[in-house]
Design a protein around this ligand. Sequence first.
Ligand SMILES: C[S@@+](CC[C@H](N)C(=O)[O-])C[C@H]1O[C@@H](n2cnc3c(N)ncnc32)[C@H](O)[C@@H]1O
Length: 322
Amino acid sequence: MRQPQDIVLLLKAAGEVTRMRLLALLVQGELSVKDFTEILGQSQPRISRHLKLLADSGLVTRHAEGAWAYYRLNRDKTSGALAEWLMEHLDTDAAELRRDLEKLSGLRAAQQERAAAYFATIAQSWDKLRSLHVADSALETAIVEAAGQEPVDMFLDLGTGTGRMLELLDGKYREGIGLDSSREMLSVARAKLDAEGIEKAQVRLGNITELDDYHQSGDLVMLHQVLHYFDDPSIAIAHAAHCLKPNGRMLIVDFAPHDLEFLRTEQAHRRLGMSQEQMMLWVRAAGLDVASCRSFPPARDDGLTVCLWVLETIKPNTTKGV
Ligand SMILES: C[S@@+](CC[C@H](N)C(=O)[O-])C[C@H]1O[C@@H](n2cnc3c(N)ncnc32)[C@H](O)[C@@H]1O
């Protein structure tokens, strides 16, 4: 239960038009201050003031990442219920709110186009680029182990890029599908799979946010170095979880938190790595649990730490809280 003054704080925070617009946007997922300023067309100090009030009241949580800060709706009992109530009763077709949501999807589309343009230019050299940041061999050995001993009927590699994971796990799966939104990355993957005679795998053009055709089809689902291209990685995780068979396993490989800000501008990264706490929050929201997590220190001084998370579906009798 909350003290009366806390409830007043919560209601005051929600009870203002700009802050209500911010909350309506946050229902769509995590957003940065920069996203808000672009969508609402208001100055950064003004938006930050509103966000601070929302954060102080407990309606939203803040996560600092390099020079950016991300906000997400707090899904706890009181704040979450208030935000849900608001969204149920708020007419998102009202002109201003509809415009905000349209601007958000325009922003997301533009960000995806920037990433696609980046991958179109580096497709041929991606396999070399990947190993610049990461100690490949120890990590890859761990990935093969984490894929488990059980036979895998269907392996889904989401954001397959040049198909390295299909190649690495060849022999483990009966059928492998690599999905990616970049034609250029896929053409490198196709050539590689053909050259190596990997016949059980095929690659397809597609978006991780449109996976209805793969509902509960994968025994093993992989997101390898993909999540940091999403503004809100929890969206990609939720879509990937949707593709997992009830007893399936998901592997996520991505960077631990870092402060290499230039990766946003030079290599289309959106997130500067992800922490254990964030991952726990995102996977639990997708109905998954972290079975294990291993970190791999960089091979070079200017490299990055990479983490391998093994995820499984939450069993009905699991009562671990987040
Ligand atoms: C850094 S590469 C990683 C490729 C591969 N998993 C690997 O580790 O070698 C990220 C890949 O994710 C793809 N990608 C990014 N956003 C995507 C989306 N929304 N849907 C499908 N693929 C996406 C990019 O096109 C790119 O090929």
